[in-house]
Design a protein around this ligand. Sequence first.
Ligand code: PLP
Length: 401
Amino acid sequence: MPKLASRVETIKPSMILSIAQKARELKESGKDVISFSVGVPNFLPAQHVYDAVAESIHNDKGVYLSSRGEGELIDAYINKLTRDGIEGFKQNHVACGIGAKHLLFSLMMSMLEKGDEVILIAPTWGSYIDDAEFFGAKPVIIECSAKDNYKLDPERLEYYVTDKTKMIIFNNPTNPTGMVYESAEIKALAEKLEQYKDMWVISDDIYDNMIYDGLKFDHLWHYASDELKQRMVLVNSISKTYGMPGWRVGYLACLNETVSKTITALNANSITNVPAPAVAAATAALNGSHEFVKQQCLEFEKKRDIVMQYMAKDEKIKCPLPQGAFYAFPDISACFGKSYNGRIITSAMDFCKILLEEKLLACVPGEVFADNNGIRISYACSEKDLVEGLTRFIDFVNNIK
Ligand code: PLP
């Protein structure tokens, strides 16, 4: 029997998708499960997106498309950046892919050598960790606790950067905590990053439109020197903003042209191109009215408020106020060492397992995000499910003794 290559020996399935799958199976077996586990926005894109797809199918030319990405999609992304005050990008700085996840994977493949170190700010999205490890790099986790609002104090960086550090990933607003960095914090981080000339700075902007409480999205770009801008890569996608996670379109921009050129070559040798209907859909989403997106944000803000009302109902829960994305990340470590119905809870993993089995509510344990004290609640479900799920959650916590 031939063997698989050693490089895939350590590859792991996505824990979040496994939890979502388990919740789905329980539901299909007739159990009244509520899932707060997956990061899907739970709304459908606007009508102009569907119209553009219909037109693209009607006008199909039956050809392969550009491996970099079609010009109209690239222009739509550049125009989006310009609207955000992020200027200087031309078509040759951009490359598209099958979602941000694919581009992040390709970036790590392009940039990381075995033994390199990648700085991650925890709680952090689990795929960054898995991808870095897959390419033989070492994730260097900077733990930021609930009492620090899960945010990085840039002064801490110097204790973690070594001569092996090759990359840092900054995700704002943040999955899994919903934290949003304010301008002064972003500026301080940009100033610190100026020092590390051998470090790629990846800015994962996938939740950039999902910000509440009247806060404005700010970006490292606005405070970066010309030198820092050359080693920054901006990554984004249509998944969250436009309610299109399954359409699989992402894009990145870097002033250093070798980056987009390399990603284009990787595309040419793997996916060839983003499928035409998805290109049309993404272009229409980016170019279309954003009133719809604003409306969705108001809905999320309302749901965030409901989550926070419930989080305040038990002292064992400490939940910093999330102001973006659609996640809350309560610290539940006060429950460790206590038990529910005689079942002892020693970790976030235990907490989520017992919560799912006893209350049929699926959440994601903090271990997935390199934080052992919290759990992630994705509140992008219907308001009815949200209230029912939170009622179960708080009943569970109240009865942990
Ligand atoms: N980055 C972060 C922080 C995410 O939370 C996700 C998806 O959950 C992604 C990237 C991947 O997004 P996409 O659907 O564009 O691949």
